[in-house]
Design a protein around this ligand. Structure first.
Ligand SMILES: [Zn+2]
Length: 386
């Protein structure tokens, strides 16, 4: 795994001007190690000139006229350390600045350090989680998500160009996955420990992995299209076309014939109708329900009437009653996975992966597509993981 915490070799070009400034003026900035300060980024030879915009730094040590400070922009990804003349400090925010944004740096989430999750995975800490939350995140990662990735042989994803962070919750989101378009910058997965009130740690962790995988999945156009279809099923009103109706009637009659042949003992008031509905694919189930509802509303026949006609072999009569035009499956717009999965196609995929990692049963069509997706991506992660 590539390490983003490489040590920066300091190549500071003498701070003589700063020294002169300091001795020339009587300014005595009270600044100590651990303070957050605002200052321009000093130019370093061989480096492109930075925009003259004040930045937030954390002081790591101080001399009489200079301080050594770490840029607080992305200290865990691109650590930058510089010597800054004390006289060049524009403001000292102290060791515990008021939370908020200062010159584009969010001081609500200051970098507090890192913790190893596993040998090859480091968690960068930008918020103080409770001990319980931190432990459940670490164990969810090691004992559930990693084990699942190992079983699926896609641990290569851990070696993707990605860094892991915990940050305080901002707005509604409980986690993020920032995909980087620039190969020099890593993708970032952010977990908000407060989310553990509503989600289990493995769900939270696996969900964000879902977005990382989804980004790769988009390269496989037919697979991605199949996920689009699943998402569409979860949100848009669906119709039973006349083709669907015909096909569903044949499947219903086929179940009746099978029962008759096998001499299956009747269970319940409408054994054939029940067996037929149970035999259908997930996406056809709401269609069968819509047909039965329609038959009741428009033809005044109930499922047990259909059952009777089926048993009497009155197939022609059923065909006459059966809808021949398109009908709407009005009551079928219920989320296939979770309410959140209806948000977007990305969320459908991320939720499917998270639920499956947590051992929840998914609708058959979703599980099948997920299995196919992970098998297809296995190779991609196997080669890139090295
Ligand atoms: Zn998501």
């Amino acid at each position: 795994m590539r390490s983003y915490l490489r040590t920066v070799t300091l190549d500071v070009q003498g701070d003589t001007t700063d020294d002169e400034d300091a001795s020339a003026s009587t300014r005595n900035v009270d600044v100590n190690a651990g303070d957050y300060i605002v200052a321009l980024r000093p130019a370093v030879e061989g480096e492109k000139a930075d925009k003259p915009m004040p930045r937030v730094w954390k002081v790591t040590s101080r001399n009489r006229t200079t301080v050594t400070a770490r840029l607080e922009d992305m200290p865990h990804i691109k650590p930058v350390e510089r010597t800054i003349g004390v006289s060049k400090i524009l403001a000292n925010l102290g060791p515990d600045p008021v939370p908020g944004n200062v010159y584009g740096t969010d001081l609500t989430a200051r970098y507090m350090g890192r913790k190893k999750i596993d040998d090859d995975v480091t968690l960068h800490i930008f918020t103080k989680p409770t001990r319980e939350n931190l432990e459940s995140l670490l164990s969810g990662f090691r004992n559930v998500v990693r084990k699942r990735l190992e079983k699926l042989k896609i641990t290569g994803i851990l070696n993707e160009n990605v860094v892991y962070e915990i940050r305080p919750k901002k707005g509604k989101a409980v986690g993020y996955c920032y995909i980087s378009g620039n190969p020099d910058n890593p993708h970032r997965i952010v977990y908000c420990p407060e989310a553990l009130k509503h989600y289990t740690a493995p769900h939270l962790i696996a969900h964000e992995f879902g977005h990382l995988i989804e980004w790769k999945l988009r390269e496989y156009r037919s697979l991605w299209a199949a996920w689009q279809v699943i998402h569409t099923h979860t949100v848009y009103p669906d119709y039973v076309t006349s083709e669907d109706s015909k096909h569903l009637l044949s499947s219903c009659i086929a179940v009746r014939d099978e029962h008759a042949k096998a001499d299956v003992p009747a269970k319940g008031a409408t054994p054939t109708i029940r067996a037929w509905r149970a035999s259908l694919e997930d996406e056809d189930k709401p269609k069968a329900a819509a047909i039965l509802r329609w038959l009741h509303q428009h033809r005044r026949v109930r499922p047990h009437d259909i059952e009777t006609l089926l048993n009497l072999g009155k197939d022609d009569l059923i065909k006459k009653l059966w809808p021949s035009e398109r009908i709407e499956t009005k009551h079928s717009i219920k989320p296939l996975l979770t309410e959140y999965a209806t948000e977007s196609m990305s969320e459908t995929f991320a939720e499917a992966l998270a639920l499956s990692f947590c051992g929840k049963k998914l609708p058959d069509t979703v599980q099948k597509l997920l299995d196919k997706t992970l098998t297809t991506l296995r190779e991609a992660y196997a080669t890139e993981g090295r």
